[in-house]
Design a binder for this molecule. Structure first.
Ligand code: HEM
Length: 371
């Protein structure tokens, strides 16, 4: 689509179909006090509203620097832009990456129940410079220049109140030749995602145990996962397909023919057709008790150039949304911990965040009910 509505009960960029380009930017909030944080949220709201709506930027007057970078020309197109704002645990209590800053905004007791610094899982290779953050922006659009224009506008208007900590650009593929886009291991990625009301019911926080302001938000996990693509390209197609449980060409489950065929694990209890340790079977065993552990993935490819050994520094910005970090992401991640795929991927960054509820109208702003 050319544009997505900015106002609503929930933020855009979660159930929104994946755009082609994205960036994930984590910030340290440098605002000194509650008033500074309120100012930051109001500015962020105004910029996101303008950028996602499009139109001519307001003139700042003679003698001022230009109101806009003009990277997108004088009339800013919405271009399918979504800006999704999330808070990290450290914004609430100063714990985690920054440590020891305490409850500087007086909001610790309103922290979403499950929000904590991302855990280090077995087989992770954590790089602190790529982890955590007080605030995360997920910016997605139809073209990469639109993403660049948006982050440049936002950092310009929020300078002094927050500072970039890490940033990674993402992209994804159109259907090739059809169906769901592929990741950099060559497999269609996103096939079995929940859709429609099933997705909405798994994603949005709706729990009286959570703080009132947090209802309608969503827990977001970002995992920066390097792919050892040179190594992967030496693996036989059979072995690759057994690792995922799907065909590489069509995306069909190994017991099916078409991408969206439903695998029948009960007909294959010993994993003769779809291995018991295949990624999709571990991630979602398709049993009644595990149904509420499903999550919504919204991942992109990244490319960071070359490493010191002359290999591609490339991989997967794994992103998922859910109501409950423990019931959904952590349970699934624990099941995947020693899957065969771990030899070909290397998680090194990311974090746990809480995507704020939506901005409902022209008078509302991000996190108004919290602040
Ligand atoms: C399914 C790739 C990491 C959870 C899949 C599929 C592929 C894939 C190709 C099958 C097609 C589909 O349904 O989308 C990858 C790659 C990863 C990765 C390349 C890392 C580099 C993860 C992580 C999690 C996860 C970290 C969560 C902890 C899932 C789930 C499914 C899935 C829930 C759907 C299973 C189903 O419902 O049948 N993944 N994945 N994946 N993956 Fe991953």
């Amino acid at each position: 689509a050319d544009s997505y509505p900015f106002h609503g009960a929930h933020q855009a960029g979660v159930l929104t179909p994946k755009q082609r380009a994205s960036c994930y930017v984590a910030f340290d909030v440098t605002a000194q006090d509650r008033a500074g944080l309120v100012g930051l949220m109001k500015t962020l709201t105004a910029r996101a509203r303008h950028l996602t709506t499009g139109g001519a930027p307001a003139d700042l007057g003679v003698g001022q620097p230009p109101a806009d970078s003009d990277v997108l020309g004088p009339d800013v197109p919405a271009d399918g832009l979504t800006v999704t704002v999330s808070f990290g645990a450290s914004l609430f209590d100063g714990e985690g990456a920054q440590g020891g800053r305490g409850d500087r905004f007086g909001i610790a007791r309103h922290k979403p129940l499950r929000l904590a610094p991302m855990r280090i899982f077995k087989n992770d290779s954590p790089e602190p410079a790529w982890m955590h953050g007080d605030l995360l922006l997920q910016i997605c659009a139809n073209h990469p220049d639109t993403v660049h224009h948006a982050i440049r506008d936002i950092t310009r208007h929020t300078r002094g109140a927050m500072q970039m900590r890490w940033k990674i650009d993402g992209y994804n593929s159109p259907p090739r030749p059809s169906g769901t886009g592929r990741n950099l291991l060559g497999f269609k990625d996103g096939t079995a995602n929940p859709t429609g009301s099933t997705a909405a019911d798994l994603v949005w926080v709706d729990d009286s145990a959570e703080p009132a302001w947090a209802q309608g938000g969503s827990y977001q996990v970002v995992r920066l996962i390097r792919m050892l693509v040179e190594f992967w390209d030496r693996v036989s197609i059979n072995e690759q397909e057994n690792m995922f449980g799907r065909r590489r060409d069509s995306g069909a489950p190994l017991d099916g023919t078409h991408e969206f065929d439903t695998p029948d694990y009960s007909a294959d209890p010993h994993g003769k057709v779809i291995p018991l340790d295949s990624h999709m079977r571990l991630a979602n065993p398709r049993t009644k008790p595990t149904a509420n552990q499903r999550l919504l993935r919204r991942s992109f490819n990244y490319d960071l150039g070359v490493d010191t050994n002359g290999n591609l520094r490339t991989g997967h910005i794994f992103t998922c949304y859910q109501q409950d970090l423990v019931r959904q992401f952590e349970t699934v991640q624990e099941r995947l911990v020693d899957e065969p795929l771990v030899d070909y991927v290397q998680p090194f960054g990311g974090g746990y965040f809480f995507a704020l509820p939506g901005v409902t109208d022209h008078r509302d702003w991000y996190a108004r009910q919290l602040l």
